[in-house]
Design a protein around this ligand. Structure first.
Ligand SMILES: NC(=O)c1ccc[n+]([C@@H]2O[C@H](COP(=O)([O-])OP(=O)(O)OC[C@H]3O[C@@H](n4cnc5c(N)ncnc54)[C@H](OP(=O)(O)O)[C@@H]3O)[C@@H](O)[C@H]2O)c1
Length: 409
């Protein structure tokens, strides 16, 4: 296997394409397709080696199948939007191609983050001997792989997981989102949720917060939100008692979000305007800066990790695995900011794992739909640092994260 097709030439897809084009020992053929050919042309110019490009509307299964039959890739990396997950999965099944993505499917009219639409494809993929690898970005993605690694190598039992995500960068705009605005705002305006003692507990959006001490950044106010990897991790991390996800938002971001929400600009249902139906969130997306435009002048860093509490050899243990990524370094290498970089690099390493035979279907199965924590973590962890996202393991004390552990959930 050496032929990859990336669909989606946006902020994160641009990083994925450029990184594949830097690793020609693994990726002999690299093809990038997107809804607009201009997006592909722009990325192709940024690539260090020549890549092929095509226009495709990935909502159209027949058009995608036609492209797959022409390009004959071994794998499609879906870097378009969550709406395209199912049509691309259908096209891959029809053309006999492995599939990978970084975010779970969402219907346009319902902002619910769930694998319930993609997991049922397991049998179809298995019967065809194909793999569909879900959630191979940073979070979900690298965060899940940290969990698999901790389960296998660092702990005998894991009781609690806190995924902590801080962007301590500054893009200099009054308001912008670091990945696709529509998807980002759908994510943060949904109700919060965490999992404890076998049950999901819902909360009003952004109503629980704590100061979390982020590596190389320091204490930052972080909000408990729901994030999709929690759904697969509660299944795949054995004996887990609680999982929570925390993300930093600046006061400025929250202020803008409050206003946009209160005037109805984040609604995802149609509103009639001059006789035409308009979806406010889709219109708002057109007004906001595209995430691919934010890289220049972006300063600061992201600090994203996972904190585990559990036991090893009968002794209580609290450990953190994390990565710090600098916006300026990401921009220098790929023209992208660190959020696109941390999203775009892990699928490249995931694709390497598939192509080199390090990721095969678990349990001797022939194929199927898998979340990344179901696949071997060690070969991924050995490679990801070399590709720009080094990770660190640190044993910590409860007192190092006083506020986080004091939050009653
Ligand atoms: N797991 C993670 O850590 C993580 C983090 C952040 C984001 N993500 C995921 O990554 C996705 C991409 O984020 P981004 O910041 O790169 O967004 P983006 O810059 O808006 O890029 C999305 C791209 O999708 C393409 N696209 C949209 N509809 C398409 C269609 N029907 N057919 C073909 N291409 C289509 C667009 O193509 P054109 O430019 O050609 O119009 C656009 O370039 C996000 O939506 C999110 O789901 C994952």
């Amino acid at each position: 296997m050496d032929n990859v097709l990336i669909i989606g030439a946006g902020a994160a897809g641009s990083v994925t394409a450029q990184k594949c084009a830097m690793n020609r020992d693994v990726f002999k053929k690299v093809h990038l397709a997107s809804r607009r050919i201009e997006s592909c042309e722009k990325v192709a110019k940024q690539c260090k080696t020549k890549i092929d490009i095509s226009q495709v509307d990935a909502d159209n299964v027949a058009a995608t199948v036609k492209l797959l039959k022409k390009v004959k890739p071994d794998l499609v990396i879906n870097m378009a939007l969550p709406y395209q997950d199912l049509p691309i999965m259908d096209a891959c099944l029809e053309a006999g191609v492995h599939y990978m993505d970084t975010a779970n499917y969402e219907p346009r009219d319902e902002a619910k983050f769930t694998y319930k639409y993609q997991w049922p494809y397991h049998k179809k993929y298995k019967d065809k001997g194909l793999m569909a690898i879900l959630g191979c970005g940073f979070d979900p993605g690298q965060s899940n792989i940290y969990c698999a690694y901790a389960q296998e190598f660092l702990f005998d039992e894991i009781d609690t997981i806190d995924i902590i995500d801080c962007n301590d960068g500054s893009h200099g705009k009054s308001f912008a989102t670091n990945f696709n605005p529509e998807i980002n705002l759908r994510e943060v305006t949904q109700r919060g949720k965490y999992w404890k003692d076998g049950k999901w507990i819902e909360i009003d959006p952004l109503t629980i917060s704590a100061m979390i001490d982020y590596p190389e950044v320091g204490p930052r106010k972080s909000y408990l939100i729901y994030h999709e990897e929690e759904e697969s991790l509660v299944k795949n991390i054995k004996g887990l008692k609680q999982i929570r996800f925390w993300m930093t938002f600046s006061d400025n971001y929250i202020k803008h979000l409050d206003v946009l929400q209160s005037v109805g600009m984040t609604r995802i249902d149609p509103v009639m305007y001059k006789g035409n139906p308009v979806i406010p969130m889709e219109f708002l997306k057109e007004l906001l800066p595209p995430p691919s435009s934010l890289g220049k002048g972006y300063t600061g860093k992201t600090s994203i990790g996972v904190i585990f509490r559990g036991r090893k050899n009968g002794k209580a243990k609290t450990t953190m695995i994390y990565n710090v990524c600098h916006h300026e370094q990401a921009y220098k290498e790929t023209g992208a900011q660190a959020v696109s970089y941390t999203t775009g690099v892990p699928p490249v390493v995931g694709a390497m794992m598939l192509f080199k035979g390090a990721w095969t279907p678990p349990g001797g199965q022939k194929g199927g739909v898998f979340n990344v924590e179901q696949l071997p973590s060690k070969p991924f962890m050995d490679e990801i640092g070399k590709q720009g996202l080094p990770w660190h393991v640190k044993d910590i004390k409860i007192s190092d994260q006083k506020e986080l552990f004091a939050v009653k959930t």
